[in-house]
Design a protein around this ligand. Structure first.
Ligand SMILES: [Zn+2]
Length: 305
């Protein structure tokens, strides 16, 4: 019953947006909306100038907790195609996607991937880890899936999409080579990445780093005194000199860890800020997927080597 009312409420809300937008603005063609910056960036690379692409979640936004605003609903309503990550990344928006899928193409890019390549969620054995963008090989498959969907929706631009896709996949291959080369600057037993939440398991698995997060997979989960204590012991035992904060997660937990280690006579520094679930500001290098990934690997290697 509660769910039914939720859907009904959403329909009323959407109906409201429809009436308003029709009265004030011309319908624009080729409008595509993504939830995260990573997905929007891939769509922009593929579509070139043909489509108008926007992301709902900007820099510093946490997708696990994100709730759609009124203006998001208007954007989603006007979009011809919607892309989202799926695998429960946008945990608060599932009803909206379900509703939107009734009259337009709505693609969960993570759900196009072969399950055998997905990592399990640490919290729930039934779920997969949604942070797929940190495995470049998987992200290439996402790029291909986005390109296929756009070609179906906009067949007139198919040839351009394919050309752009091929060029972008080549850049992603170069990124993978760059990341491997940089990672190899650190001795294997020192490739330990400690961050605030478990966003980097795909990064670790694909780049050969042991990854530890203080919070669970979603920033929803709380950390306790015991988690902090265990993390402190781990850092002291492994003589780790740097841990990393994330642009979309509070630093509070990491500061507690640094303080705890200090009390045991072990000095740890913040190695820098990593982009985990959100990318950097639009118009900057870190505001692109490739720039964000390079920033992360450079920050990690420079602090640990
Ligand atoms: Zn996350």
């Amino acid at each position: 019953m509660k769910r039914f009312l939720g859907v009904l409420g959403l329909s009323l809300l959407l109906f409201g947006c429809n009436a308003q937008s029709a009265a004030t603005e011309e319908e624009k063609e080729g409008v595509v909306v993504a939830t995260t910056g990573q997905i929007a960036d891939a769509i922009k690379e593929i579509s070139g100038d043909h489509l108008t692409v926007s992301a709902l979640m900007g820099p510093g936004v946490d997708p696990h907790l994100y709730k759609a605003t009124q203006s998001d609903l208007t954007k989603l309503d006007k979009a011809e195609v919607i892309f989202y990550n799926g695998l429960h990344l946008e945990g608060q928006m599932l009803d909206i996607f379900e509703q939107m899928a009734k009259d337009k193409t709505v693609l969960a890019v993570g759900e196009k991937l072969d399950e055998q390549h997905l990592l399990a969620s640490d919290n729930d054995a039934m779920l997969h880890d949604p942070h797929i963008w940190f495995n470049i090989e998987l992200w290439k498959q996402v790029v291909a899936a986005i390109s296929d969907t756009l070609a179906e929706e906009y067949p007139a631009y198919k040839a351009d999409f394919e050309t752009n896709e091929a060029a972008y996949l080549k850049k992603l291959e170069e990124l993978q080579t760059y990341a491997k080369d940089r990672g190899s600057e650190i001795p294997e037993d020192q490739r330990i990445l400690v961050t605030a939440h478990d966003a980097f398991n795909y990064f670790g698995a694909s780049q050969g780093f042991d990854v530890r997060g203080l919070q669970g997979l979603s920033t929803d989960s709380e950390y306790g005194v015991k988690d902090v204590q265990e993390m402190v012991d781990f850092l002291v035992e492994n003589n780790i000199k740097a841990i990393f904060v994330e642009s979309s997660v509070s630093d509070k937990a990491m500061n507690a860890v640094i303080e705890g280690a200090k009390q045991k006579g072990h000095n740890i520094v913040i190695g820098g800020e990593l982009f985990s679930d959100a990318m950097g500001a639009e118009g900057t290098t870190e505001g692109t997927y490739i720039g964000m990934y390079q920033h992360n690997i450079d920050t990690i290697v420079d602090a640990l080597k």
